[in-house]
Ligand binder design. Structure first.
Ligand code: NAD
Length: 263
């Protein structure tokens, strides 16, 4: 198989887990060098880093930047250039969730979700664009959500941030339309990751059921297709968006949601 991303360098934020790891893996499998980022146990992260490097014979580095801090977002972009020689593909994926009605929503959670899920996308793009412009090639993929397009109750900060990500993606896509850089938003429905597992556990506790029962209910509530999208499927979509075939897709929110927003 041709390694379509050989020679490219990708920074995937929040890639120690879930969707970000799935995307990092898919890009590495196509030959891209990877800068990993995210929180977690140091030994586990090193296992992920060395595992990807060995399996796909690519350079894989890690930086633990806290994406809620604008200076650390800019710093990880610079470190990717310094350590891996370039930054061709930026995947703004790191994200958190918190669930409560608007009138009870803790202000600190609102601030944290806006900082990580939305502002980090802006700061990441701002830092990465000059280098991409200089090379006249770049791919920016912002991980939004079905909640970037429609609402659900109790997710005011998350839905606001993800709608913001879709808006920022459109603006950057339009601005960079003739610079060889595409900017798109992937909008997943339910993907079974730690972020969703936590919601399933909370729902089961509240309803006096179990996680398996809540999985079924969760899908039935919103997804015509009654199965979870996998991180590997999101990774495959990211690889496509980096390919030559996707050269004129830009500013687009792309759903991968089992029919959620079509419904
Ligand atoms: P996850 O909890 O498995 O992974 C989140 C990653 O972000 C982890 O690596 C974590 O360490 C990292 N992270 C969190 N806060 C950070 C910070 N301040 N700085 C740096 N890294 C930080 O969650 P996931 O489900 O894989 O979510 C990834 C993205 O996909 C998020 O933006 C989420 O909103 C989005 N998304 C998820 C789903 C889903 O169903 N799981 C659906 C739509 C969109």
């Amino acid at each position: 198989m041709a390694l379509t991303l050989k020679g490219k360098v990708a920074l995937v934020t929040g890639s120690t887990s879930g969707i970000g790891y799935g995307i990092a893996r898919a890009l590495a499998a196509e030959g891209a060098a990877i800068m990993l980022n995210g929180f977690g146990d140091a030994a586990e992260i090193e296992k992920i880093r060395s595992g990807l490097a060995q399996e796909f014979s690519v350079k894989v580095d890690y930086d633990g930047a806290d994406l809620s801090k604008p200076d650390q977002v800019a710093a990880i972009v610079q470190k990717t250039h310094d350590r891996l020689g370039s930054l061709d593909i930026l995947v703004n994926n790191a994200g958190i969730q918190f669930v409560a009605p608007v009138e009870e929503f803790p202000e600190a959670k609102w601030e944290a979700i806006l900082a990580i899920n939305l502002s980090a996308v802006f700061y990441g793009m701002k830092a990465a664009i000059p280098g991409m412009k200089a090379k006249k090639w770049g791919r920016i993929i912002n991980i939004a959500s079905a909640h970037g397009l429609v609402a659900s109750p109790h997710k005011v900060a998350y839905v606001a941030a993800k709608h913001g990500v879709v808006g920022a993606t459109k603006v950057a896509g339009v601005e960079l339309a003739n610079d060889g850089i595409t900017v798109n938003a992937i909008c997943p429905g339910w993907v079974l990751t730690p972020l969703v597992e936590k919601q399933l556990e909370d729902r089961a506790k509240e309803a006096g059921t179990d996680v398996e029962a809540e999985k079924k209910k969760m899908l039935q509530e919103s997804q015509p297709m009654l199965k979870f999208t996998t991180p590997a499927e999101i990774g495959a979509l990211a690889v496509f968006l980096c390919s030559d075939g996707a050269a004129t897709i830009t500013g687009a929110p792309i759903s991968i949601d089992g029919g959620w927003v079509a419904h």
